[in-house]
Design a protein around this ligand. Structure first.
Ligand code: SF4
Length: 199
C-alpha cells in the first residue's frame, strides 16, 4: 500500500442556517457556473429547478466543514496537489455519506449534505446523456451551485485563508469544503467533535 502523501486539518463552524444567506448571491455565482465548460453536465450542478434559498429554508442549523490539504513534507512529491485535493475531497464526501447512514431512524431525513465541487460518483454523469441520476442517494448538490460564495463564506466564518493554483505555481494548501444542514444542532455537534488532524 502506498503511504498517504498528504496531511489534512479540519475546521468546523456551527451556525444558524439563515446565517449563510450573508453569502447568498445566486446571480453572481450562477454566472461563474455558466462559464464552466461542464455547465449543465452534472445533476449536482446548475441549473436546478429550485433556488438555494428554498433549499436552505427547512433547516435551522448548518455546520460548515473545511478540510485544509497540504503535502506531507516527509514524503517525496509524486503527483499534482490538485490530484491529492480531489482524493481528499472524495474521502470527505464518503465520510459524510457514512455519517448520514448511521443516524438514528428518522433523523437522517432531517439532515442534508452539500459538497463544494461537482459530483464524483460516476466517470460520466448521466445528465450528459439526458438520463436520471444513477445514484440519487449518493448524489449531493454542489454548495456553489445553490448560489453561495463558498470561498468568502469559508474565509469569513472559519478565518481560513484560501489559495488557488496558478500557472507554474502550486499553492501551499487547498481546501475541500462541505456543509451539513439539520433541523437540530445535536447531530452537527456529534459530527464536528473535537478538532482533529490526520496523518
Ligand atoms: S451519481 Fe452519477 S449520475 Fe448522479 S449526479 Fe453523480 S455523477 Fe451524475
Amino acid at each position: 500500500m502506498i503511504p498517504r502523501d498528504y496531511l489534512t486539518s479540519r475546521s468546523t463552524r456551527l451556525v444558524p442556517a439563515e446565517t449563510l444567506l450573508a453569502w447568498y448571491e445566486p446571480l453572481r455565482v450562477e454566472g461563474y457556473c455558466r462559464a464552466c465548460p461542464f455547465y449543465g453536465s452534472f445533476w449536482s450542478c446548475p441549473p436546478h429547478p429550485f433556488s438555494g434559498e428554498a433549499f436552505l429554508r427547512p433547516f435551522s442549523w448548518a455546520l460548515v466543514v473545511a478540510e485544509r490539504i497540504t503535502r506531507d513534507p516527509r514524503t517525496h512529491p509524486r503527483r499534482p496537489l490538485e490530484e491529492i485535493f480531489q482524493e481528499s475531497r472524495r474521502e470527505l464526501g464518503q465520510e459524510l455519506l457514512r455519517f448520514l447512514s448511521v443516524q438514528p431512524p428518522g433523523e437522517e431525513r432531517s439532515l442534508e449534505v452539500l459538497i463544494a465541487g461537482n459530483c464524483y460518483h460516476c466517470s460520466r454523469c448521466s445528465r450528459d446523456e439526458g438520463k436520471p441520476c444513477r445514484f440519487p442517494r449518493k448524489m449531493k448538490y454542489s454548495l456553489e451551485s445553490l448560489g453561495f460564495l463558498v470561498s468568502d463564506m469559508v474565509q469569513e466564518l472559519l478565518d481560513l485563508p484560501l489559495e488557488w493554483p496558478s500557472p507554474g505555481q502550486e499553492p501551499a494548501a487547498l481546501v475541500a469544503v462541505a456543509l451539513i444542514l439539520s433541523h437540530e444542532a445535536a447531530p452537527l455537534e456529534r459530527f464536528a467533535g473535537p478538532p482533529k488532524k490526520k496523518h
